[in-house]
Design a protein around this ligand. Structure first.
Ligand code: GLU
Length: 306
């Protein structure tokens, strides 16, 4: 593992689509312990960017759950719903650099990976504004076909992406007017001075897009560590959609022990029953090299059912 810099700043960035479940606790705990072990700051950012997918009260429930598990953040929570002006400014920068175009593909024209039909980029006329009567469009970043991104993930190793071929011209502002996750996460990781991103491996294939955006906006690239996902019996990510149970906050110490086991860490001695004591033990002994370097682990291996 590379030695983290003195100015370590990590974060946990939940989307308030439902209560915290074991999968999100594992991601929160890994980023918390990594930050604390290296004497860094740990921030929470609420990614409330997609109201149709959100659940009323979920943001507050998530924050309460984090606190009940002893995961306390160091700075005020940043809500992405307050950050539209910053996202608009970033889009303006990209537009001025000639890197944006409007995609007016219909649902049927959009490729399996969410790709544009390929013609929109070459449509003559205003590249972004459009003309009266045009159907609404999404804004996409123009990625050259030969664009490649490489980075070294602290756990998953060196990653190479033929971005221009695989996930080219991705959306930065959706057709429905909402800012895309890829844009917001990059703008906010930069705004919050995040040096280390520790998160679930479901986001590993988002990272090349985020690095491309960082480069286009002139931002530094943080260090990345993608931890394995906990999956259901049928191999799906834990989520509200597949009925991952909400964490029982009254069993916080037990939940932390499960998460530490998942992360391959030394089990805290049984006499430690308070969450703060468990976290202190886990912080001191944090060994990221012991996290299994795989993309997913079934919950059944922990004796958890889902
Ligand atoms: N909000 C994203 C999620 O809940 C995580 C974003 C990130 O960590 O970059 O899946």
């Amino acid at each position: 593992m590379p030695t983290p810099p003195v100015s370590y700043r990590g974060r946990f960035a939940p989307s308030p689509t439902g209560p915290l479940h074991l999968g999100s606790l594992i991601a929160a705990l890994a980023s918390f312990l990594d930050a604390r072990h290296y004497a860094g700051a740990w921030l929470v950012r609420m990614e409330d960017l997609d109201p149709p997918r959100e659940e009323a009260g979920a943001a507050e429930r998530i924050l309460t759950s984090l606190q009940r598990h002893g995961l306390c953040w160091d700075e005020p929570v940043l809500y992405q719903s307050t950050r539209y002006a910053a996202y608009a400014q970033a889009l303006k920068t990209l537009q001025q650099a000639g890197l944006l175009f409007t995609c007016r593909c219909t649902r049927a024209q959009i490729g399996a990976e969410g790709t544009c039909c390929g013609a929109c980029r070459h449509t003559p006329g205003a590249p972004v504004a459009g003309r009266a009567g045009d159907r609404p469009g999404a804004l996409r970043l123009a990625v050259p076909p030969d664009a490649r991104v490489a980075f070294t993930d602290a756990l998953q190793g060196t990653q190479h992406s033929a971005l221009g071929q695989q996930l080219a011209d991705f959306v930065v502002k959706r057709k429905d007017g909402l800012y895309a996750y890829q844009l917001a996460v990059v703008v906010d990781d930069f705004h919050q001075g995040i040096s280390h991103v520790v998160r679930g491996a479901d986001l590993l294939d988002s990272t090349p897009r985020q690095i491309a955006l960082q480069q286009a906006l002139g931002y530094p690239t943080p260090a990345y560590c993608h931890i394995p996902l906990i999956t259901t019996r049928s191999g799906q990510k834990f989520s509200k959609q597949n009925n991952a149970p909400a964490l029982d906050d009254s069993r916080a110490a037990h939940n932390l022990r499960l998460a530490l086991d998942f992360l391959g860490q030394t089990p805290p001695p049984t006499e430690l029953t308070a969450v703060d004591d468990i976290l202190r033990f886990a912080t001191a002994g944090w060994a990221p090299g012991r996290i299994p370097g795989v993309l997913s682990i079934p919950a059944a291996q922990l004796g958890v059912t889902a």
